[in-house]
Write a protein that binds this ligand. Structure first.
Ligand SMILES: *Cc1c(COP(=O)(O)O)cnc(C)c1O
Length: 218
């Protein structure tokens, strides 16, 4: 069984165990820092939804391939500088890392200029780690409201990366709670080591890199 089939089967089993429909969880293949041959193999296995961490790396990898796969969808899951907002809005179908007003303003300007906006997820720093991106949980409600109302962005969900050294379940539960009270339906949470737990807590997208492609080249 191929690695993708294996991950898809695990997602389906986790969804079923949680009493959820298998189709309610999407696999985001995190292709950052992976060799092209592995990405080609996963495309060949039918995967069409990919996550990238950096705008420039994603442009280099996907600019030409985009034309070959009409149903390809790209999500930005790594930190975004405001001065790259326009390039990101052009390339990505979704930007999952909105976490500050300055970036909201830059994305809104870019969307207006280009005439379309990617779907937007707000990243929440559920562990309140100083070195990590994301809005603090206590500021999430007001920031989500501002992103929608002041900046007019199509915010559809939330994303988090729990602290590496903590049980992720409480972070997944917190993210789900913030999403529910803000009427947001998409939850991007869970990676190679914990995506089954994330599905139990309501993940609608899991971001899987190394378990799907193999260890990254650093
Ligand atoms: C790299 C990365 C992933 C994938 O991590 P794996 O543990 O390799 O599955 C998921 N989400 C984000 C934000 C990442 O940067």
């Amino acid at each position: 069984m191929g690695a993708r089939q294996d991950i898809v089967a695990r997602i389906e089993a986790a969804a079923k165990a949680a009493g959820r429909a298998a189709e309610s969880v999407s696999l985001v293949a995190v292709s950052k820092l992976q060799p092209d041959a592995r990405v080609e193999a996963v495309l060949g296995a039918g995967q069409r939804l990919f996550g990238e961490n950096r705008v420039q790396e994603a442009e280099a990898r996907w600019r030409e391939r985009r034309g070959q796969y009409a149903d390809l969808r790209l999500r930005l899951i790594g930190p975004l500088q405001s001065n790259k907002a326009e390039a990101a809005v052009r390339l990505f179908d979704a930007i999952d890392v909105l976490d500050r007003p300055k970036l909201a303003a830059a994305l809104a300007d870019a969307a207006q200029k280009i005439g379309k906006s990617p779907d937007i997820l707000v990243q929440v720093n559920t562990g309140e780690e100083p070195q990590k991106a994301g809005i603090a949980p206590g500021e999430a409600d007001s920031f989500i409201r501002a992103a929608r109302q002041t900046f007019g962005l199509p915010v559809v969900g939330l994303m988090c990366i729990p602290p590496a050294d903590e049980e992720p379940a409480m972070h997944f539960a917190l993210l789900a709670k913030i999403a529910a009270r803000n009427g947001l339906s998409e939850l991007s949470m869970g990676m190679s080591g914990d995506f089954e737990s994330a599905i139990r807590f309501g993940a609608t997208m899991v971001r899987v890199g190394s378990a799907l492609f193999g260890a990254r080249e650093n």
